[in-house]
Design a protein around this ligand. Sequence first.
Ligand SMILES: Cc1ncc(COP(=O)(O)O)c(C=O)c1O
Length: 376
Amino acid sequence: MINDINKIRESFPILKNKIQLSSCSQSAMHVDVKESINKYMSSWEENGMDWGGWMQACENARSEFAKMINADPSEIAIVSSVSHGVSSIATSLTDQKRKKVLVADFDFPTVGHVWLSHQDKFDIDFIGHKKDGFIEAEDYDSHIDDQTLIVNTSHVSFYDGFKQDLKEVAKVVHEKGAYLSVDAYQSLGQCPIDVKEMDIDMLTAGLQKYALGIPGIAFLYIKKEIADRMTPKITGWFGQSNPFAFDIKNVDYGGGTKRFDSGTFPMINGFAAEAALKVLNQYLIGDIEEHLKLLSQIAIEEAAERGLMVKSPNSLKSKASNTAIYVENASEVEGLLKNEGIIVSARNDVVRIAPHFYNTKDDVRLAIKELAKLVN
Ligand SMILES: Cc1ncc(COP(=O)(O)O)c(C=O)c1O
């Protein structure tokens, strides 16, 4: 249970003056993250160069991410974005007999863009929500056959906060002999992720949403035994077993998923990621999830009372933090709320109310009350 919320809020200075409910897009800044970024700047300013220390911060971030998803650090690559991570997977699955790729149409569009750019190698098919509601694990069954190589889906939808039971999805996918690749950008930091228990083959996530970080760095998990059989095509000197061998004439990939590292780490982003993940790893993510369920319940009730249409699932079991409320002129309303000190995030025709563990019931109630005034 999150019971020290006032103490938590003290570490997010913006909350003194504003209500930030935009964690599906950018979460609030924690003082430790700012301090860590400043540490990099001071190190550069005062020491000129500290490659060892800067790389260590990125390695620490890799370890914190591994801890958060219950993987070994050797199973994690440092990438620059989710797009980069998915591209690494798509380009490295060569010489496969199976040619079909199944993508969820509620995945973030970048996932579709990556796979569709490989139509010369793969046949891409999409699975989407049912007419009468949200998809369930067994719905994948009829879309997968003995030619399906990989299923790409997201843990939590960026649009409506729909959350899938990945353990059940993995069972269906693996029964058909396909791989399961997950975009966890919208769940990292707000929902427990255990790649071993859920039996996930590949997973990518960035830091900017619920993981309290900034863009420019993301992580790619690939199960070790699968990674060792893959040949990275998006690569570079950091993906070699010894980057500092400076051997231009040979490719000698490192072991495990670290072989998917490519160029110089995004150092400053690594400093932010290390601090952000350390903050979150002090908590049980299950406790954060419980707190967010309570806020979801309030958001759904408040929206209903005020006659607003919720596009997120009603069931808290299949819903994460984001409550997506239908608003025709969503972007305009996002701007108007910002003028009132309420930070939310619009996407197409919805305003997303996306609290984190530092938000209170009153934050959610007030934001929806003000939103209703603007809509009506
Ligand atoms: C679920 C999800 N995946 C991917 C992305 C974009 O990833 P990137 O810009 O790191 O490629 C977003 C951004 O909003 C997202 O919400």
